[in-house]
Design a protein around this ligand. Sequence first.
Ligand code: 48H
Length: 266
Amino acid sequence: MELNERDITRAIVKEATEEFLNNLEVDVAIAGGGPAGLTAAMYLAKGGLRVVIFERKLNYGGGMPGGGMLFPKVVVQKEAIPILRSVGTRLKKSHEGYYTADSVEAISRLGVGAMDAGARIYPAISVEDIVIRENDRVSGVVINFSVIKTAGLHVDPLGILSKYVIDATGHDADVTRTLTRKVPDVKLDTFNGGVVGEKSMWAEVGEREITRYTGEVHPGLFLAGMSVNAVYGLPRMGAIFGGMLLSGKKAAEMILERLKKRKTKK
Ligand code: 48H
């Protein structure tokens, strides 16, 4: 076969466009491809749902590859080990019951796990707004290429419809903050009806409470990962990642349960 630039271009544009057209309406749109977003995507896709992740940066991974202060290891507590093992991540028993994983290996395998299950990850696309329907239900995401914002260009975004949106944007809780800005009288399902703001480090409490508060914070909008701590005012925990994985898994299970119920109700 003789290589031809036009045909290389055609293959890329044709395949990417066809696939994108298939993802204009999905079951779940996830903002953020860090550990929580990837884990949620993996379990949702395993459950048979159509899932897309929009990740602001060029590479997925969020805060995980950097480990703890760039020491490329993360601590994972026992309960979350099966999640990492299910994607083939090697774990090492450290001291006093602490397990560690290589941070780059762990996030790479989670990404592959999500893709193998059928989730689609779109790099360098930011969720800049949400789609709203009756009763302020979150019904999709508004996306744009990240570089458009960086370059300060005025380019209108595109909209994607979804049954649920997961805010897995980490410390910023970017999607939830957008909701409170765009719908000023919105009352979130939190202690003060708004975004409380993440608290200083207390690993034990931060990790315990993150799974407890993972869930739907507003009709159509779920939180997973560090955005839970940011929205509910829970402590941060440093480079221990079990909570992120368990939170992503819980958000996925809750959505799968909802959609199963929706189907049986019909
Ligand atoms: C698209 C976006 C947008 C947007 C941001 O920060 P993350 O790794 O988040 P989690 O919750 O999966 O994991 C948190 C963990 O990494 C962490 O920070 C911990 C444990 N901290 C503890 C501590 O004490 O500091 O990933 C979020 C991802 C990132 O890749 C962002 O680029 C992306 O979301 N993102 N993507 N649209 N509007 N905002």
